[in-house]
Write a protein that binds this ligand. Structure first.
Ligand code: HEM
Ligand SMILES: [Ca+2]
Length: 735
């Protein structure tokens, strides 16, 4: 939108001005002097001609050398050092002015009453009642803003100025009181993240708030309509981009195991959960049905008549827009994060007290467990009646629940920064930005001015990079020496029920640590591209329904959220800004760039997801420079901006030094060993494949933290030799 406003300029500039010489100057000078000058002129022309020839020759030679280098470069990693220079200062990157922002509610004629793939999206992106109620304020605000603009202002005005003019006082309903009364000495985090940051106690890191905007949104109408191309015409269909650029391609990366993706998704659900638009009765809406009246929040993905999905008799791919978040001023649409931005176990405990009450067993500070037919719980039954992981009757004590939660979030933080992030970002950047967990002592850089809120770009594009590493087929291993069974990914999704059968949990875990990921690039498995949430004919007793294409959904979601094009994100990250497609030759995979060039009309139109995924990775890392920049920035914020960060020293929130030393012993391997039914061996770095230095070791030999140092738990005589059982992966394996 900003660019549209800027392009309205009508200024024209004359390029040449002719200087008229008086005629007589030439007529009077026809002597020998002139002949000499003519000869000099001819000499100059000659020299100029030769120089041009020489330059052209040099240019041709160097171009051909460059071309050779380019094709070589395209297969190698980008040098990290130049990236480091760009990012040496000023981190986290300052956001552009943070501004906020509508639609009236419609009743929709069409709902989905049968089980269809699109319902999978509704399950993955679950939207709570609270989010639905809040989004109503968002719709009203959006409606009001549109009304004001249509009524009183001419189209060339700057909408963002309007936002500022109509800010805070006019909409007190949606303006959070950022100064909640907080008790700074409270030992435990609140469920919804309030009072973590004492200056911004109701906005920083808290649930049900707009995502942070690192760049102003780019909506077609400046308010909320999905982004369009620079020339004002529609962008190429997200599905076309997916089909042409993000082709199915299988290239394993045996250095890493699927456990990397499992942890990534588990972590992701702790820090982002975008609210979706809903009907007032929360029925699922169909956008591609036969109804002539379409729900206003429908934004289905267009399909080309030659699309392979067409054989299933569909007209488009279902897609519902994300719900608008209420904001403190009348501003363009923002989307709502329903969870806390801190790594705080919200994926396990939730962010609403009402939810946690449903999860608790109110007996010994633990959560309710599922009991299988044969009497097992999904989180395995322990022989130790006092370790807090069983259903033995105990005093109803909230303090123990809080204490477990505090330890669990510390363990999640430790695993994320110790095992997961170094794989994504590389050790050099981890060190440079102080992200490596300390071996001893405390982290002293908590900074209350750092806003940890999850950036819209992170949730909507950057952190979804990992969809590219998901393999189409997962191994299942009955034991350490058996030959594997193979299961297609779409058959595993929303199908945790097999896990309740004896032996299945261990089979799945062995499979996840033994299946290699696909390489992180612009290519995806066909399971993700064509069979997402596919429902087989046996399941629905009707003709097979085609699945979804997650890549198109990701691209469409970026446009829905008004994410600016890829070039602007490069600029945001101080990377070279492409003026034309060929400027990306050295940055991108050659094949991907060729296809990008064929589909988009302008380099500024390229979607962030597509552009960023097509970049070649930086040395020692899994990601290209733009993804590295955006993901690194977010994880710096999550660490530096969390007052309850597990390595922070201040009491009573901080752990005692001896307790912290125990937390530091947590590894995902020990968590898996302690929670599996009968797993004997595992590699100690479970997110990595088996390699020399990362061979199988007996579970019994893996170091674990000791819970004996937590007085509050001991006081209630719940003793355990192992802390790892606290980090239940019940959610991990069923999410
Ligand atoms: C089999 C594995 C996975 C499946 C089936 C899956 C599926 C999905 C779906 C359907 C969405 C919503 C798409 C939409 O916008 O309509 C989504 C969102 C997302 N996914 Fe995945 N995903 C998987 C793994 C991962 C992994 C490994 C990561 C990261 C490491 C990840 C990160 C994300 C993020 C950040 C979002 C946005 C979440 C939100 O804010 O609501 N996903 N995924
Ligand atoms: Ca959280």
């Amino acid at each position: 939108m900003v660019t549209e406003i800027m392009s309205h300029s009508t200024e024209t500039t004359r390029l040449l001005t002719r200087i008229h010489q008086p005629d007589y100057v030439y007529n009077a000078q026809l002597g020998t002097e002139r002949k000499r000058r003519v000869r000099q002129f001819q000499c100059c022309l000659c020299a100029l001609f030769l120089t041009t020839l020489l330059v052209a020759l040099i240019a041709t030679i160097s171009l051909s050398i460059n071309n050779t280098n380019t094709s070589e470069l395209n297969n190698t990693a980008l040098p990290l050092d130049s990236f480091l220079v760009l990012f040496s200062n000023n981190w986290p990157i300052a956001d552009k002015e943070y501004i906020h922002h509508f639609s009236d509610e419609f009743d929709v004629k069409e709902s989905m009453d049968v089980e269809v793939p699109a319902i999978g999206i509704k399950k993955v992106v679950a939207t709570s009642e609270k989010a639905r109620d809040l989004s109503r304020i968002g719709y009203v605000q959006e409606y009001a803003l549109r009304h004001i603009i249509n009524r009183s202002l001419n189209r060339s005005s700057n909408y963002y100025k309007i936002c500022n003019n109509y800010s805070t006082p006019s909409i007190p309903l949606a303006c959070d009181n950022d100064h909640l009364e907080c008790n700074r000495f409270k030992k435990y985090r609140s469920y919804d993240g309030t009072c973590n940051n004492l200056k911004h106690s109701n906005t920083y890191g808290t649930a049900y708030k707009p995502f942070r905007r690192a760049l102003l949104p780019d909506y077609a109408d400046g308010i909320s309509k999905p982004r369009v191309a620079k020339d004002g015409k529609p962008l190429p269909s997200a599905r076309t981009v997916s089909l042409m650029v993000h082709r199915p391609y299988y290239k394993e990366d045996t250095k890493f195991s699927v456990m990397l993706a499992v942890w990534g998704q588990f972590l992701d659900h702790d820090i982002t959960a975008t609210a979706l638009a809903q009907k007032s009765n929360s029925d699922t809406i169909s956008c591609c049905g036969s109804s002539t009246v379409q729900f206003p929040e429908c934004y289905p993905v267009e399909l080309d008549p030659r699309d392979p999905f067409m054989e299933y008799n569909v007209s488009c791919m279902e897609f519902l827009r994300s719900a608008p978040a209420p904001t403190c001023c009348l501003c363009p649409r923002e989307q709502m994060n329903q969870v806390t931005s801190y790594i705080d176990g919200s994926v396990v405990y939730g962010v609403d007290e009402s939810l946690i009450d449903n999860l608790r067993d109110f007996q010994n500070g633990t959560l309710k467990m599922y009991i299988t037919k044969d009497g097992r719980t999904l989180l395995p039954v322990s022989n130790d009646l006092k370790d807090g992981c069983n259903r033995e009757e105990e005093k109803n004590n909230e303090k123990i629940l809080f204490s477990y939660r505090r330890i669990l979030s510390a363990q999640m933080q430790h695993i994320t920064y110790n095992e997961f992030l170094p794989i994504l970002l590389g050790n050099k950047l981890m060190k440079r930005f102080n992200l490596v967990p300390q071996k001893t002592g405390y982290f002293l850089k908590y900074n209350e001015t750092v806003n940890p809120n999850i950036a819209n770009n992170f949730a909507t594009a950057a952190f979804r990079f990992a969809h590219s590493i998901i393999p189409g087929v997962m191994k299942m291993l009955a034991n350490d020496t058996s030959s594997p069974e193979f299961v297609q990914m779409h058959k595993m999704l929303f199908n945790p029920f097999k896990l309740y059968d004896p032996g299945e949990l261990d089979k799945t875990l062995r499979g996840a640590v033994n299946t290699a990921i696909e390489s992180s690039d612009s290519y995806f498995s066909n399971e993700i591209k064509s069979h997402l949430f596919e429902i087989t004919a046996e399941q629905v007793k009707q003709p097979k329904l085609c699945g979804l294409d997650l890549v198109s959904l990701n691209i469409q979601r970026g446009r829905d959220h008004g994410l600016p094009g890829y070039s602007l994100w490069r600029k945001h990250c101080s990377l070279k800004i492409p003026k034309q497609f060929d400027d990306l030759k050295n940055e991108m995979d050659g094949e991907a760039l060729k296809n990008i060039k064929n589909i988009y009309r302008n380099v500024d139109d390229v979607d962030l997801y597509t552009g960023a995924l097509s970049e070649r990775p930086l040395a020692e890392s899994m990601l290209g420079p733009t993804l590295t920049c955006l993901i690194l920035d977010q994880f710096v914020r999550i660490k530096y901006g969390d007052r309850f960060w597990y390595e922070n020293p201040h009491r009573p929130q901080g752990f005692a030094p001896e307790q912290l030393d125990e937390i530091r012993k947590t590894t995902l391997a020990s968590v898996i060993c302690d929670n599996a039914d009968d797993l004997n061996v595992i590699q100690s770095k479970v997110m990595e494949g088996l390699h020399s230095g990362n061979e199988y070791v007996p579970c019994a030999s893996i170091e674990r933290p000791n819970i004996g140092l937590w007085g509050e738990i001991l006081d209630h005589s719940i003793l355990s030799s192992s802390l790892t059982k606290i980090l239940s992966f019940r959610k991990l394996v069923t999410s």
